[in-house]
Every structure is written in structure tokens, then in C-alpha cells.
Design a binder for this molecule. Structure first.
Ligand code: ADE
Length: 227
């Protein structure tokens, strides 16, 4: 799978995507990520990418021309499954959306800054607008990193234990059950005996009960929600 990411802060994306699972996915050739500096298409000698908003008001808006030029260039090289704009007023991101996007081949991610991008760019190019939560980041870069990570780890062959993505929180609209490792007792706290029993079916049943209980306690909104 290939990601193109357009940003005015390419450095911000270098680190989160070059560790651990993401780096391994890249090393195995399962995931490629190219970060594109929007200023390459910036206007004038200052390589401007933003301007004041029509109608007045605080905050700059990212202009049409640089972003359009960059999207046009990239679109000649690849056909995108989606052109995604990361924005707090987008659709709220879920595991279901990550699963669906992981089936594609090429995704283009646009990181906004300041007050965001000119509405005409959204109308012209963007096929999906995503928010990673009800809070405002200083830019879309961290949200883009969240998408690459959450989608990248779903690609076949990326995780060592192929089943482990399936048992994550949210895969079946339930939170994950508690997990334990050695020692079996620590500071007077014992691991639930069922986990040491060797009874696979009973352990599975216990995990399901725990997942349901945890979801009921912490996220009752997840029950009955479709993705
Ligand atoms: N850009 C700024 N805030 C954001 C958010 N919550 N989700 C996605 N992109 C953003």
C-alpha cells in the first residue's frame, strides 16, 4: 500500500513513521510512504501557501494554487482510492473506516494548517474528510500519522502474529479484555486463575465476558453501533 502525504511540515512526519511496526512494514516492502513539502509549489520568492480569509477574521487559509498543483502532479503518477483531508470537521475516524481503507492501494492525505484549506479545494479534489477526534490539533500531520499507523498495521504480513489485529479493541465493537504476563503474582496481585488453567475454551469465554463487561462499563455507546 502506498501513502502520499502533503504537508507544510514534512519533518513532523519523519519520526512517527520510522519506528517499530511501521518501519518493519516499510522494510518488508508492504508499505511505502512519501511525504511531499507543499512549499515546493509555494508562490513567489517566499513560497507562500496561505493568505488572509475573504470576509475577514483571524487566521490564514491555505490557498488553492499550490495544493492544486501538487495534487495534479501526484494524480498523474497514481490513481488514488481516496483523497483524504484531515480536519476536525470531518467524519469521526473509526476502526471500521481503517479496515475499509486498508483494502485500497493508494491514499493521498492532505494536512491542513492555520484555518484549513480553501473550501474550493475540498469541493474539487477531496473524496473523504476525516477527524481523529473532537479536539483541534495545530495541523493535520499527527492525524495523518494516526491514519498511516492504524491502516498500515492491518496490511497482511505487517504484524508478526497475524491474528493479533483481529483481537484488538474495536475490531468487533468491543474493548479488548485485560491481559497479564509473568510473574503470576506481583505485589500480592494474582493473575486470574482461569488464565493459568490451560482450558482454552474456558479462557476464551472468560475473555469475551471481560471484553463485554469492560465495554459496558467504559463505552456503553459502542453496543449496537454499526461500522
Ligand atoms: N486537524 C486539526 N485537528 C484535527 C483533528 N481532530 N482530526 C484530524 N485533523 C485535524
Amino acid at each position: 500500500m502506498h501513502f502520499d502525504i502533503i504537508t507544510v511540515l514534512p519533518d513532523l512526519l519523519a519520526s512517527p513513521l520510522s519506528h517499530s511496526i511501521m518501519q518493519r512494514a516499510k522494510d518488508k516492502g508492504l508499505l511505502t510512504v512519501e511525504v511531499h513539502d507543499l512549499r515546493e509549489f509555494g508562490l513567489g520568492k517566499h513560497r507562500n501557501v496561505d493568505d488572509y480569509q475573504f470576509g475577514g477574521g483571524a487566521g490564514m487559509v491555505m490557498r488553492c494554487e499550490p495544493l492544486a498543483d501538487m495534487i495534479d502532479k501526484l494524480s498523474k503518477e497514481r490513481t488514488y482510492d481516496e483523497i483524504i483531508y484531515l480536519t476536525p470537521d470531518g467524519e469521526r475516524y473509526t476502526q471500521g473506516r481503517a479496515n475499509q481503507l486498508s483494502l485500497g492501494e493508494n491514499l493521498l492525505l492532505i494536512c491542513g494548517h492555520y484555518k484549513g484549506i480553501d473550501q474550493r479545494l475540498r469541493d474539487e479534489y477531496v473524496t473523504l474528510e476525516i477527524s481523529i477526534g473532537d479536539y483541534v490539533l495545530s495541523g493535520g500531520e499527527l492525524a495523518a500519522a494516526v491514519l498511516v499507523d492504524s491502516i498500515g498495521r492491518l496490511l497482511p504480513g505487517v504484524l508478526n502474529d497475524e491474528t493479533s489485529a483481529l483481537t484488538d479493541s474495536f475490531q468487533d465493537n468491543l474493548l479488548a479484555p485485560p491481559v497479564y504476563t509473568r510473574p503470576a503474582e506481583w505485589r500480592g496481585r494474582a493473575v486470574p486463575p482461569i488464565l493459568l488453567s490451560g482450558h482454552t475454551a474456558a479462557i476464551e469465554e472468560w475473555r469475551e465476558e471481560q471484553a463485554e463487561q469492560r465495554t459496558r462499563d467504559r463505552r456503553p455507546d459502542l453496543f449496537g453501533e454499526e461500522d
